[in-house]
Design a protein. Structure first.
Length: 559
């Protein structure tokens, strides 16, 4: 029989037989709940038969029959009461297990976050997105959804969301557009590497969200709980529902600090820092300034991560500061990379290796950070080379810069929009969803095989705007994304290796080689990063001014 474990206390299964009861008892279950009405199927044993066998095996039982497709609010309350009263663990069953999983989901509403409920049932083989509104409403059927409706709804007001809203407005000023995002502050995250290197001030990378939402665009200041693409609806926390004709999904990704044991307890102290957080980047620079000797670790988790070069950017700027102060000879720099290469596009590696040599850094590949003991100042890594046995090593440190593991946000991973890995499933050329043709996605959350950078979002936003506008006009999408991404690798103060590339590692330089040769460090690239890119971000990209970002289009053959 199928045991589909949902939680420590509850497992659900399809219809059981009298003969199954002994196996159920042997698995350690102490109670059985029947959620299938007697007589629903010709091959179905009655509950009294199951009850008698369970009693003989020393198991308690409860009969809570649910008509298929008719799980009432009071049924969910009764199921919750039964779980409290019965000794656990409990096995609940119906014809397929779906009714039992639905009852558990509604019973957990308000007790667990919706993504956790949807993830638990999804892992057990049951998709509960169909009752997401009820889960968001505390497990009760909503009586008044208070729907708002817009031509275009954009989930996420980061670099991608605000840019695509501005680009859409410039193309179709009369569109009713709403951006959904609960944040009060918008951050220029590419600047945090420079904060950690003592070049930018943290406050210069932040603006109030309200000051950046494009004029005429509605701001729905709320968090998204779930999606109902079949109903063209987005469900917000508190069960408010926003309807759309077209949807753009770009909430960024989740920094999974909790995936590293002990990390959250020591961030911002004990020498543990990260440029991936606004409040910690200044601590990085403080540690660099104070360090005179010892070991500095710089970690990089498995891909995908946003700005794949950021972990080593921190290394280079720190090494440069120690070199300039004359203390580098007394500092042991270790780069702990879960991957097997320094940088994914080989053309840029020779220039980077020269700086690795300059700073005396040791490259440790296939080292994935698993645990941190801040007080002891030790870090434990899982080491798994392609050939050879998996091992663990524990390394002492005086300073450690951590790049956290990264995933799609929880509400995306459990949604009908996600692929098997949890990312929004799009066509990599048009950025249109592969299944739902009125949905688009861009930025870090979608599954196109490009680098997750702000520069990528700058190119993607006009493409999504162009293709969405074409769809509104009844035309096929013609704007094509070539996978462009850019990673300005700050190898020393005043010089940058400007990596620009697309799908498959194809080099896609924006400037003539005589001006900026991206495969070697240049001062011109540093000037671009330090002086030009921040105002381009705030005053052009977020305002729909597509400087060097006009969409490439292809002709569509006439029918």
């Amino acid at each position: 029989m199928d045991f589909n474990r949902i939680s420590a206390d509850l497992t659900v299964s399809p219809q059981i037989t009298v003969a199954d009861v002994k196996a159920i008892e042997a698995e350690g279950f102490r109670s059985i709940i029947c959620n299938r009405p007697d007589g629903e199927g010709a091959d179905q044993p009655g509950f009294e038969e199951i009850e008698a066998a369970a009693k003989a095996a020393g198991l308690e039982t409860r009969y809570l029959p649910i008509t298929a497709g008719m799980v009432r609010d009071e049924d969910a309350e009764a199921f919750s009461d039964a779980l409290r009263a019965l000794p656990g663990p409990v096995l609940a069953y119906c014809r397929t297990g779906t009714r039992s999983a639905t009852l558990w989901s509604l019973a957990q509403a308000g007790k667990r976050p919706m993504p956790e409920i949807l993830a638990a049932t999804k892992a057990a083989g049951y998709d509960m997105n169909g009752v997401a509104r009820r889960i968001a409403n505390g497990g009760r059927t909503p009586t008044d959804t208070g729907d708002a409706s817009y031509d275009v709804v954009i989930v996420g007001a980061g670099a991608g969301g605000i840019s695509v809203a501005a680009s859409l407005k410039s193309r179709k000023p009369d569109l009713e557009i709403a951006i959904i995002d609960p944040a009060d502050i918008h951050y220029y995250q590419p600047g945090w590497t420079m904060v950690g290197g003592g070049i930018f001030e943290a406050q210069d990378t932040a603006r109030t969200m309200g000051s950046l939402i494009p004029r005429g665009v509605h701001w729905v200041k709320s968090a998204v709980a779930a999606f109902e693409p079949a109903n063209n609806a987005v469900i917000l926390d508190g069960c408010r529902v926003v309807k759309y004709h077209r949807l753009v999904v770009c909430p960024g990704l989740k920094l999974d600090w909790a995936a590293v044991e002990g990390l959250e307890d020591t961030l911002g102290r004990n020498g543990v820092t990260s440029n991936y957080r606004y409040d910690l980047a200044p601590y990085t620079w403080k540690l660099v300034q104070e360090m005179k000797e010892g070991r500095a670790l710089f970690t990089q988790p498995p891909m995908p991560i946003k700005c794949a070069g950021a972990p080593q950017k921190a290394l280079y700027l720190s090494g440069d500061a120690w070199f300039r102060r004359g203390v580098l000879k007394d500092i042991d720099i270790q780069f702990m990379n879960a991957g097997g290469v320094l940088f994914g596009v080989k053309d840029y590696v020779p220039a980077l290796e020269k700086y690795v040599e300059k700073y005396g850094a040791t490259l440790n590949f296939f080292h994935n950070l698993k645990a941190v003991d801040g007080q002891a100042r030790t870090a434990t890594f899982a080491v798994k080379p392609p050939e050879g046995e998996a091992t663990e090593v524990t390394v002492e440190f005086d300073m450690m810069h951590v790049c956290p593991p990264q995933t799609a946000p929880d509400f995306i991973r459990v949604s009908p929009l996600a692929d098997a890995a949890g990312w929004v499933d799009v066509d990599q050329s048009t950025l249109r969803h592969k299944t739902h043709d009125n949905i688009w996605s861009l930025g870090d959350v979608m599954n196109a095989p490009n680098a997750k950078t702000a520069a990528a979002a700058r190119i993607q936003a006009p493409i999504v705007a162009e293709n969405l506008a074409a769809d509104i006009d009844g035309r096929s999408p013609t704007a094509v994304y070539n996978g462009y991404g850019s990673c300005p690798l700050t190898v020393e103060r005043g010089k940058i290796v400007l990596a620009e590339f697309g799908y498959g590692g194809t080099l896609l330089p924006s400037f003539p080689k005589m001006l900026i040769d991206g495969t070697r460090p240049t001062r011109a690239a540093w000037f671009l990063k330090e002086r030009m890119l921040p105002p381009i971000y705030w005053k052009a990209m977020l305002r729909g001014r597509e400087w060097m970002a006009k969409p490439e289009t292809v002709k569509v053959a006439a029918d």
